[in-house]
Write a protein that binds this ligand. Structure first.
Ligand SMILES: NC(=O)c1ccc[n+]([C@@H]2O[C@H](COP(=O)([O-])OP(=O)(O)OC[C@H]3O[C@@H](n4cnc5c(N)ncnc54)[C@H](OP(=O)(O)O)[C@@H]3O)[C@@H](O)[C@H]2O)c1
Length: 392
């Protein structure tokens, strides 16, 4: 019916001659007289949000690929859509080539979910995969990914985990039937993952993956995005390159996993058009799976409260007593060591010291690492990476 974009003269590879042109997407949403409004602008606020609100106000279904918008304003927009008996469909917003929104809302609707875990950002997965395969460092691989078009000119949203956190907030909110405060989700990206950590991980039987992971713990939601050591026998560890994967655990279905391309024009268009087909067929369901009024607020568990196993690495001067000093600090914080690995030991040289820690509270590990960094023989800030366990 109508089109709006920033630049009217841009060649888009298709003729727009037969469609009305609107300089303002908001005016278009209000005045085009369409049945559905498709928002592919982006951003949690501004024109994208205003245009979607206008569309819903004017009896127009909405399809969007905008994860930031849904992660931040999903509950309010869903309530608006429900009140007007309209669709607000956003399959493309989360792992476009994987129909995970539909799976949660429909195929797995009988389940109460315990956890949702995903490789939710193809750029990060491509970078980590290439680092592992080539032994190259993060910045080098990021530069190449930008040249190949796998990373944006400004890659911050991807590599700092924000894009994955938007998607996790949406998935967790749907899986656990609770609005998620996106700003409260702890997020750590992949900037600090080194080629050394990746190669050490492999020798220890893990791959490092940026995961969005959320689970229910004693009625609270634990949700975070961060690099994980994923055991090689866990299927998600084999999802490589730009591919995404999501595993959900439901009480009836158990673990159920999905893999596919997360972004790019093909998978995104596939999801957007599937959403339009649902609207055309009259399949209008509550946008977040259950009516917003039936969602119950669950608290977010603070990151420090997590209990799990950890990998930690720091560079130490290889002199007598260092390991004993490190072990004593860990002991004083109630943290016990499962395995130690010291690479290429040459007396008085700086060498990486790797410790695998038994399951313990994260706050204790962090406090211990703060003290370990103060030891004169410790030459850099210890890195901490969570190890994925059966409980995850
Ligand atoms: N790229 C992907 O693979 C992918 C995958 C899943 C979801 N998404 C989501 O899709 C959205 C767009 O991402 P993208 O990568 O396609 O970004 P993009 O390439 O920058 O495209 C944004 C589009 O919005 C138009 N636009 C910008 N400001 C506008 C305004 N004020 N009024 C009307 N139109 C405006 C632009 O017009 P011009 O063309 O004239 O500049 C452009 O067509 C984001 O929410 C993103 O998260 C993208």
């Amino acid at each position: 019916v109508a089109v709006s974009a920033r630049n009217r003269g841009k060649d888009r590879g298709v003729s727009l001659d037969n469609f009305a042109w609107f300089d303002s997407a908001e005016t278009m949403a209000r005045e085009a007289g369409a049945d559905a409004f498709v928002e592919l602008i982006g951003g949690s606020d501004g024109i994208a949000k205003a245009a979607c609100e206008q569309a819903l106000d004017h009896k127009c279904h909405v399809v969007t690929a905008n994860k930031a918008l849904i992660a931040v304003h999903g509950a309010a927009l869903a309530a608006q859509a429900e009140a007007a008996k309209l669709a607000l469909n956003f399959e493309a917003a989360v792992a476009g080539g994987i129909p995970i929104i539909k799976a949660l809302k429909e195929g797995l609707a009988a389940n109460t979910f315990k956890s949702v875990t995903g490789i939710l950002n193809g750029t990060c997965n491509y970078i980590l995969t290439t680092m592992r395969e080539t032994g190259r460092d993060f910045q080098d691989v990021l530069d190449e990914a930008q040249k190949l078009g796998y990373a944006e000119a400004d890659p911050t949203f991807d590599i700092d985990g924000i894009d994955a956190a938007h998607k996790l907030a949406i998935l967790a909110s749907m899986a656990f039937g609770t609005p998620i405060d996106f700003d409260a989700v702890p997020v750590e990206g992949i900037r600090h993952v080194s080629a050394l950590d990746i190669s050490l991980a492999e020798t220890l039987g893990y791959k490092i993956k940026l995961l969005g992971h959320a689970r229910l713990v004693d009625g609270a939601v634990e949700a975070r995005v961060q690099p994980y050591m994923v055991p090689l026998n866990v299927p998600i560890s084999n999802v490589e390159g730009v591919y995404n994967a999501v595993t959900v655990e439901g009480d009836f279905v158990g673990r159920s996993s999905y893999e596919g391309r997360g972004a790019g024009e093909g998978p995104t268009a596939s999801a957007v058009v599937a959403d339009l087909i649902d609207i055309a067929a009259g399949r209008i369901t509550p946008p977040l799976g259950m009516p917003v009024a039936q969602m119950a607020a669950k608290p977010l568990q603070p990151v420090d409260g997590h209990t799990g196993a950890y990998y930690t690495r720091c560079t130490v001067q290889d002199c007598p007593g260092v390991l004993a000093d490190v072990a004593a600090i860990l002991r004083d914080h109630g943290v016990s060591i499962e395995a130690v690995r010291q690479e290429n030991s040459v007396e008085n040289a700086d060498v990486p010291l790797v410790l695998i820690l038994h399951e313990t509270q994260e706050k204790n590990v962090r406090a211990a690492l703060t003290d370990i960094e103060k030891l004169p023989a410790v030459k850099d800030t210890p890195r901490l990476i969570r190890i994925m366990t059966a409980a995850d």
